[in-house]
Write a protein that binds this ligand. Sequence first.
Ligand SMILES: [Fe+2]
Length: 315
Amino acid sequence: MPVAKVTDIAFGRLQSPDLDQAEEFLVDFGFVRAERTKDALYMRGTDSAHYLHVTHLGEPKFIGFAFYARNAEDLDRLSRVEGASKVESIDAPGGGQRVRLKDPHGFQIEVVHGIAPLAPLPVRRNVLNWGPEKSRRAGELTRLQAGPAQVKRMGHGVIATTDLGKTLAWYRETFGLICSDDVWVGEKTNVVSSFNRCDCGDDFVDHHVFFTMKGPNAGLNHFSYEVRDIDDVMMGHEHLKKKAKYQHMWGIGRHRLGSQIYDYWCDPWGRVHEHWTDSDVLNARTPPGLAQAGVGTFAQWGESMPARFQTYAIR
Ligand SMILES: [Fe+2]
């Protein structure tokens, strides 16, 4: 039995040496400022979560990410894990409670509960005349507004690890994550990466909330955020490209494992942030998958994963 079963990913936490520069990138990426203090920046999306991305002022550093607890009792249980903090009040907008844990590489993984939600923000309407419903926009023209994508919510966190077995066991046993797809190379027992989702019983959840891959170094591979739809991925891409100051990592394409349409961009300190839309959703009844790594494993269309991203790890 896992210690607890988390219900979703909540936010990513980074440290950056310049909050103005950090905010400029995050706004261009599609977040909206929830709050900024002299040493911390909280960014939200259009859904009701108070924040999805936290930046602290300091040397560039990947601190960790946070999951949502099902209830306060689960926080109590998690606080008894070796090396975990006590249940503590969160000193940030929206309040709430948390437990801080250290994963096998020492990254801070928080589990939070009771953060006050905000009113959702309006999402630009985009009605599509496709599939069997050809006249959903009868008489109406599509005119997309240029500008950043609209981030809705956080989708997943990805960590490169030097010890895949230990890392996977820890995340699964501590947070109740279950396997969506393991990926192997050479022989089936040689698993090199793994997609994991929340166990919410019969409720359908994203194909993965946590992905981890074996590499020479441990670190953040990327944070991932859901946007409205494929037009939002494309318009977001155009916006970031037009700025001509951000490094593009990978995309646009459609994943195989998880099926999301994706696009990956680096922030000014090389931390990769992904836009995605249209994920597979599974429930606890879907059996685990086992896929062979190779051409087409990570993209059904679009370019293959760049070599440098395969074990990309930033600390
Ligand atoms: Fe991703």
